[in-house]
Design a protein. Structure first.
Length: 609
């Protein structure tokens, strides 16, 4: 059993991955997967309908699952099709999340009125939309940094309702009782001119591809306005109208025929676009980062249990599973790079992915050398934590967003951004290895001398590595700033944060070289490095000032504050008197290397020399 346990764990992980790659069942025979692969232009980039559905639901309600009033579960594709073609039905689905109780009062609603206490339907909000508009106008006059929690919630809900409403106009007008009839002849087109103009004004998606006449993607409304003037109705418009009619009437065969015929027509001129959308839809369905997040939890459990039982077998199982999760994350990041045509780090979301990926990669190397499952536990913690952060960042919208002009340089994204992000990852890794040292030493009897020395060597080596990459990355950032803004350094908050990381890592090394700290001192300073790095990564964005004004987020303030407090507590634990450590932890006499500074303690605790 012990011999084959690591292999069995890997096989189970492979089976779990394979299950995510299999296409789901087709509800009522509708080929929703083919519909999800259809390309549209939204938010400045071509993407499949699958991405539109999933991202919109994440923005609106923080999850992709939709539950109808009669407790039917809908896929994102079904929800989007209902919103397009059966808006009156879709308006009854609770897909708009409201957490602020004061905002709920604008609609005379209580938490008990919502699905799970936080999700509400458009119909429930309808009577209060005029008041929401009025409140949103008041909020617009207030600087974002000075808004109260209520004002931020109002602005967010107003934006979400706007997104929801615009989607309704993408393929037909929601208030048009018989939209297909308007496309039958010239008279119908003339009578629908006002409807088509409203579709063009409000549509969130450009669904009509370029033609010999029009060189850009257009909304269905704009295409139909041209048809009113005498141009033929575009094949894309006719195809989507046929899909809508079949969807409303429950005709799976007609729906599938319309989707497949339209796809075949697109393949003639837009084959590469279709292939890219198909890969993105597969990527969305596979959810490699979610799967990796679950695997990291299992890795951590295997690593921790290995300290108590079956150390060699469970450590090998943890190492193999962490390697599998690392490969899966690598494939996910590579897929994002191919889809975006950019280096791995372009925004806060991708930085979270890359920091976790880099830290886990370093842990694999350390674990291969040491084999005690210590680096495995640290890698699992960082991998899981960064993927959780990435998930919450994805709730703000499309993570493959268009690049801001100041960042539109693949060279500097591949040099400065990647290098400085590796510095972030390695500094975090040193801090998390130190956390393992502190918790095992202060709360358990599993930190033997060999493990303590191995951890100290790991932290020291990683700090050296982090110092190099954070310094080089900061210098490269200055060169990029000189090219972009005409100055090498401007004491921008983000620049200061990067400099503080370099200085702190240098402080750790000099304190160690000068004999001011030993093992536990090194660990305490490494844990504080987590605070320094978290401030540079997220804290500087929360200030809302500086030229690095992209990727701001204030939603993570309390999360960051909680993290900082937890790290300060751990630093305090590291500073406990050595005798208390000995009584709580290993119960073995301390050596000189275990003390905080240069003062040596003999086994009895008396000063020596």
């Amino acid at each position: 059993m012990k011999k084959y346990f690591p292999t069995a764990v890997l096989l189970l992980a492979l089976l779990a991955l394979g299950a995510t790659l299999l296409p789901g069942p087709s509800p009522r025979g509708f080929d929703l997967a083919a519909f999800g692969r259809l390309p549209v232009l939204a938010d400045g980039r071509l993407k499949p309908m699958d991405t539109v559905a999933r991202n919109t639901l994440l923005v609106l309600q923080g999850r992709q699952r939709v539950v109808t009033p009669d407790n039917r579960a809908l896929t994102p594709h079904e929800w989007l099709l209902d919103l397009f073609f059966r808006p009156a039905e879709a308006d009854t689905y609770a897909v708009i999340r409201i957490d602020n109780a004061d905002v709920l009062s604008l609609f005379n609603l209580a938490r008990s009125d919502g699905n799970g206490g936080v999700r509400f339907s458009f119909n429930q909000l309808r009577n209060g939309l005029a008041e929401l508009d009025r409140q949103a106008q008041l909020v617009d006059a207030v600087e974002s940094a000075e808004r109260s929690a209520f004002q931020r919630a109002v602005a967010e809900l107003h934006e979400h309702v706007f997104v929801y409403d615009r989607l309704k106009f993408s393929l037909q007008a929601p208030d048009s009782p018989d939209f297909p009839a308007l496309l039958k002849d010239a008279a119908g087109l003339q009578s629908g001119k006002t409807v088509f103009e409203s579709m063009d004004s409000f549509s969130a998606l450009r669904v009509v591809p370029p033609t010999a006449v029009a060189t850009e993607w257009r909304t269905a409304g704009r295409s139909l306005v041209a048809s009113v003037a005498g141009a033929p109705v575009e094949p894309a418009v006719r195809a989507y109208t046929a899909m809508g009619l079949a969807w409303v009437n429950g005709q799976a065969e007609g729906f599938n025929a319309a989707v497949h015929d339209y796809t075949a027509g697109l393949a003639v001129s837009f084959g590469p676009v279709l292939r890219k959308c198909a890969l993105e839809a597969l990527f969305n369905r596979a959810e490699p980062f979610y799967t990796s997040m679950i695997l990291y939890v299992v890795v951590f459990l295997l690593a921790v249990v290995s300290w108590l039982k079956w150390p060699e077998v469970l450590a090998r199982a943890a190492f193999g599973l962490m390697g599998f999760a690392f490969v899966l994350t690598t494939v996910g990041i590579a897929a994002r790079m191919w889809l975006e045509g950019r280096p791995p780090v372009t925004n806060l979301y991708s930085s979270a992915l890359f920091i976790g990926w880099g830290a886990v990669g370093l842990c694999l190397i350390l674990e291969r050398i040491d084999g005690r499952a210590v680096a495995g536990a640290a890698g699992a913690l960082i991998g899981f934590g960064t993927l959780v952060i990435a998930h919450h960042l994805s709730l703000s919208g499309d993570t493959l967003e268009m690049m801001r002009a100041v960042l539109d340089s693949n060279f500097w994204l591949a040099t400065h951004v990647v290098t400085v992000t590796i510095g972030y990852a390695s500094t975090f890794l040193a801090g998390f290895l130190a956390i393992i040292y502190i918790l095992r030493g202060a709360l358990t009897r599993s930190l033997d001398r060999g493990t303590a020395d191995a951890l100290a060597r790991m932290v020291y080596g990683i700090v050296c590595f982090a110092t190099f990459f954070s310094f080089v990355g900061t210098v490269l950032g200055g060169i990029w700033a000189d090219q972009s803004w005409g100055r090498f350094w401007g004491w921008d908050p983000k620049e200061n944060g990067a400099l503080i990381i370099v200085i702190w890592n240098a402080v750790i090394l000099h304190a160690r070289w000068g004999g001011l700290i030993r093992q536990r001192g090194l660990m305490a300073l490494a844990v504080f490095g987590n605070i320094v790095t978290a401030w540079s990564w997220f804290g500087t964005n929360m200030l809302g000032i500086g030229l690095h004004s992209y990727g701001f987020t204030d939603a993570a303030f309390y999360g960051l504050l909680t993290f900082v407090v937890s790290q300060l507590i751990l630093v305090g634990v590291a500073l406990l008197p050595p005798n208390l450590w000995r009584s709580l932890g290993t119960g073995t006499p301390l050596r000189p290397a275990d003390t905080m500074g240069a003062v040596r303690l003999q086994p009895g605790g008396a000063k020596a020399g």
